[in-house]
Design a protein around this ligand. Structure first.
Ligand SMILES: Nc1nc2c([nH]c(=O)n2[C@H]2C[C@H](O)[C@@H](COP(=O)(O)OP(=O)(O)OP(=O)(O)O)O2)c(=O)[nH]1
Length: 134
């Protein structure tokens, strides 16, 4: 019998402040532990990507953000699941950062973006961002 790999749509926020981009490192015990990613999460039924990002950023980091334009998307096959990652620009408006799913955050300059170990699905988004900031 043919087994199909599920495609899961995940949103990702590219939060920029003073020319730096927020990266968050997945904590131990979670899928992709130790890798850096853009905060976000799985799109739920009947939710727009923008609603999903606002919800995830509050749940995951305790922050409120204004969601801006779409940046890029990627499709990555992790073997057990395929992630369709949708990247949107975002602006932090209020709330202090409280980490739950991550064990570190960094504000990266454009030059530093290529120096951290991104989750594989994020690499096309990081490339798009580097070209845009270029
Ligand atoms: N949030 C986020 N997830 C990413 C990125 N890159 C990437 O491969 N992923 C993967 C990791 C996970 O397998 C999946 C997102 O799942 P998640 O567990 O963070 O989402 P969630 O909070 O909605 O899930 P759940 O724990 O409520 O089930 O996408 C990224 O930049 N941001």
């Amino acid at each position: 019998m043919l087994k199909t790999t599920p495609i899961i749509t995940v949103t990702a926020a590219i939060i920029e402040k003073d020319g730096r981009i927020l990266a968050a490192r997945k904590r131990d015990g979670l899928h992709l532990a130790g890798y850096w990613e853009f905060p976000g999460g799985k799109l739920e039924a009947h939710e727009t990507p923008e609603d999903c990002l606002r919800r995830e950023l509050t749940e995951e980091l305790g922050i409120h953000c204004e969601i801006g334009p779409f940046l890029a998307e990627s499709l990555h096959d992790y073997g057990t699941k395929i992630i369709r990652l949708l990247g949107f620009h975002a602006r932090h408006t209020r709330g202090d950062f409280h980490l739950t799913d991550h064990d570190a955050i960094r504000w990266l300059t454009a030059e530093e973006l290529a120096t951290v170990q991104w989750a594989p699905a994020d690499i096309p988004l990081v490339d798009a961002l580097i070209s845009k900031l270029g």
